[in-house]
Design a protein. Structure first.
Length: 248
């Protein structure tokens, strides 16, 4: 898989239709979010819950069979991997329910089997999961691109905790060192505030999310600014990249 220039990833492809639309474009990667059911089945969904007649239900409370019975069109992790194999790189974002160390390692091992070690990047906000993935890769002689996600939603936290979280993201050196992250994954605002500079200084690939305006895309798609840009408007990103003559 090419690693030159700034790559474009289609953000939040959660359904079969989303995948088809992304695959119709010349994007380099396709991003999807992963949740874990009670029995370990991995499914593609952004939120940890889904709406049901009785109210919101958490994926972790139901078995995979129960979830698929209620959501028969739901895309599974296996289905997403199969759809992308040999066609596009996968940006696998492990949400909290799927970010336990054992689950995260299992998901990565399966991705290596289906996509090959160069066919995906895995990201998560869990420092422990990133380290477990990197340790597993070392044990098996596999170089895994494992990204530590910075830009956590802090709503609901106390002001003191919000400050602590943001400080750990703006000054991520200790977290990156302990997690052994091989990719820095940052919200575009954090990237501008210094995370991009940190990534360059430490020679780490930078994945910036979620970049949707033409102005921001022109900034981040310039060579040397980032390794990959994730966007909700991949068509605009590809046109911008072509107009700037910075296509990989």
């Amino acid at each position: 898989m090419r690693r030159e220039g700034v790559l474009v990833s289609a953000h939040r492809c959660l359904t079969h239709d989303d995948l088809r639309r992304a695959l119709a474009l010349e994007v380099d990667f396709v991003e999807f979010d992963v949740q874990r059911c009670r029995d370990g089945l991995l499914v593609v969904h952004h939120d940890p819950v889904f709406a049901a007649d009785c109210g919101d239900v958490a994926f972790r409370e139901l078995t995979g069979a129960e979830v698929l019975e209620r959501l028969p069109g739901l895309l599974t992790y296996e289905g997403a991997l199969a759809a992308l194999a040999g066609r596009r790189g996968a940006h696998i974002d492990l949400k909290a329910s799927a970010a336990g160390t054992e689950c995260a390692v299992g998901a990565v091992a399966r991705a290596v089997e289906v996509l090959g070690p160069d066919g995906f990047v895995v990201t998560t906000g869990s420092d422990r999961a990133v380290k477990a993935i990197r340790d597993w890769g070392d044990q098996h002689g596999v170089r895994v691109l494992a990204g530590l996600s910075l830009g956590r939603n802090t709503r609901g936290f106390s002001l003191r905790e919000q400050v602590r979280i943001r400080r750990s993201e703006l000054l991520p050196g200790r977290r990156v060192r302990l997690s052994r992250a091989s990719v820095i994954v940052a919200h575009h605002s954090l990237a501008l505030l210094g995370v991009a500079r940190f990534a360059r200084r430490h020679h780490l690939p930078l994945l910036v999310w979620t970049v949707d305006t033409e102005r921001s895309l022109r900034h981040w798609l310039r060579p040397g600014r980032a390794w990959m840009v994730t966007t909700n408007d991949p068509g605009l990103a590809l046109r911008t990249r072509a107009a700037e003559r910075i296509r990989p």
